[in-house]
Design a protein around this ligand. Sequence first.
Ligand SMILES: [Zn+2]
Ligand SMILES: [Zn+2]
Length: 464
Amino acid sequence: MELEFYGATQGVTGSCHILRANGHTILLDCGMIQGTKQAEAYNKSPFPFKTKEIDAVVLSHAHIDHSGRLPLMVKLGYKGPIYTQNATKDLCDILFQDAAGLAQRDAEYQNKKLRKRGKKETIEPLYDKRDAKIAFERMQGFRYRQKHEILPGISVCFQDAGHILGSAMVELWLTEDGITKKLVFSGDIGQYDTPILNDPTEIHEADYVIMESTYGNRLHRDRDLTAQEIGEIISSARHDKGNILIPAFSIGRTQEVLYMLGTHYNEWELDRWEVFLDSPMAIEASKVYWDYPHLYDEEATRLRRQIHEMPKLQNLHLSQSVEDSQAINRLKSGAIIIAGSGMCNGGRIVHHLKYNVSRRECHVIIVGYQAYGTLGRRLVNGEETIRIHGDEYFVRAQIHTVGGLSAHADQKDLLRWAGGFKPRPQFFVVHGEDESKLAFNHLLIDQLGAKSMIPEAQQIVKLN
Ligand SMILES: [Zn+2]
Ligand SMILES: [Zn+2]
């Protein structure tokens, strides 16, 4: 039995690990790398394994940095199953199509540039919509809390991670030569008391735990204070007569922001605003959210019963077409614009930034994690100018980083979850920038008295 750490060992994105047990090879996640152009170029590099050697893929959740290279695996000849939670499967259908569309458009753009320079070579997209469809068809959805034997000697069970809809911590029981070891793959761990979703499930037994550490060195602001802060930003933006931009991941953040706006509609006087959800993918993903009410937490379930649906904004506009999106640019004030991508490294939010980022009266609310090298990270870092589509823009809008809305558990929550295991398992700390991993690894050793290590990329660890 062995684990080979491959992705999300240097940074947060590109989650992917290889598990070998009882003669089988299983891939845990197969995510896209996100960040700088150089880092993203790595998505095209070959896998460190032969796709045909993989017997099964187990996917923790839909986020593209965990799932996005699955259509590429299919394109390269992977014919096996992809096991995941039901809602994740539905979300991946939307995500894969979107990622394929982006890859195709990107390749077309590159090819146009090559032809202009008189070059004959052509660039192939990372994968196309057909690969995306086949990858989706390979997916087999399971419910939470049900144990399934996926290969002889290997069983899995998905537990609610409370991170996004369908997100799971994966329990794996591995039996080899009559000995069973239990591995838990944390995926991404949600915050406790997050809107809509349940708290992360506490798991008590494991021999080994692969654990994320995105916020392993930081604490989030209290959720009530965060709500209060957003309320204050909205009121000062109204006073300033500007717009509010909220870059948000289409899956997860967007639905939570909408839910929060819905539950605080009167308190935040949102009738004075027009709210735009400017993202066809986020609109699709929101529909999946509304399709799975049995996965909601108590509050969302109660609200849903009271008004027969999720708290809904009366002045919410769903912008599907490019024309709808461009029309928003004519509004100089009174618009709350929610658009992707979540880290501002593409998508419609970039266009809205062009129109608003140099205006003092405008506000940008950052609600999610911003990876190193992304435009969002530059905004968070307070850079005075940013480059968009080759042009320089002064950052005069007010940038607010609202930590309490993160989809990830903070240091305290991570430690709480890790402390649920008794006796202490061996931890492998992944999915974090160096400082977070180091800090959290220390805590696991010092405070919990657990064995813990930070695996290197391509490091192989024997489980026995
Ligand atoms: Zn995630
Ligand atoms: Zn992640």
